[in-house]
Design a protein. Structure first.
Length: 222
């Protein structure tokens, strides 16, 4: 199986495309064979220039997904649409499928894992995500499903606020996020130039960056 650092690198590349397919107009995915024993399905995160991605992020009203239960509406509907595409593509292929994503893509990867566990019991999969927001809505069953995979790992960098959204206790992660890295703070020169809001605007994307996740994981040998 590919290392988690290698999967983070693929998640970073997925933002650039081209993609294997798209579901529900805005949920892109890339399906990458890796040797004779692994497929990697990788989903990019929010495209800052795509209003449909932002709408999906903000559509938090709970949505019932058959087999998976109540979840964040935007992530749940996107996950269902992706499952329909990916499940058809991998039908008859018994290789392990690694479900990978950063940010919004991580939430969609977790939904895919839950739906595979619920609808294809016995299918080999793992879920590895980076900086994913909370997906479940008062839904411990979602975590049970995701943990049916060979691995169920969520990474959250220090200083990354996205894994803290939407807020508890209504929303929950399917697993306990693993903290890595150190927060990226503004330099003394930057602090002198920017007010508090300006610093926050600069530091949030730095701490959430998939490149930072990949570098942290490589440094840890993961």
């Amino acid at each position: 199986m590919l290392s988690h650092a290698a999967l983070a690198d693929l998640a970073g590349r997925s933002y650039r495309g081209p993609w294997s397919g798209r579901a529900a107009f805005d949920c892109e995915y890339d399906l990458l064979p890796r040797g004779d024993d692994e497929l990697v399905a990788v989903m990019p995160g929010t495209n800052p220039l795509d209003p449909l991605d932002w709408l999906r992020d903000l559509s938090a009203a709970p949505h019932w997904v058959p087999g998976a239960g109540l979840v964040h509406g935007g992530f749940g509907r996107g996950g269902e649409a992706l499952y329909g595409k990916v499940a058809r593509t991998i039908a008859g292929d018994d290789r392990l499928i690694s479900l990978v994503g950063h940010s919004l893509g991580g939430a969609l990867a977790q939904m895919l894992g839950a739906l595979i566990a619920a609808r294809q019991p016995g299918r080999k999969f793992r879920v590895v995500t980076f900086g994913a927001p909370r997906v479940g809505f008062l839904n411990p069953w979602l975590g049970h499903l995701v943990r049916q995979g060979l691995q169920a790992v969520e990474y959250a960098r220090a200083g990354d606020i996205v894994p803290e959204l939407p807020s508890r206790p209504l929303f929950n992660h399917p697993t306990w996020p693993r903290p890595i890295g150190a927060p990226i703070a503004g330099t003394a020169e930057a602090l002198a130039r920017f007010d508090a809001i300006g610093r926050i605007c600069r530091e949030i994307p730095a701490n959430h960056s998939i490149q930072r996740y990949a570098a942290d994981l490589a440094a840890l040998g993961l």
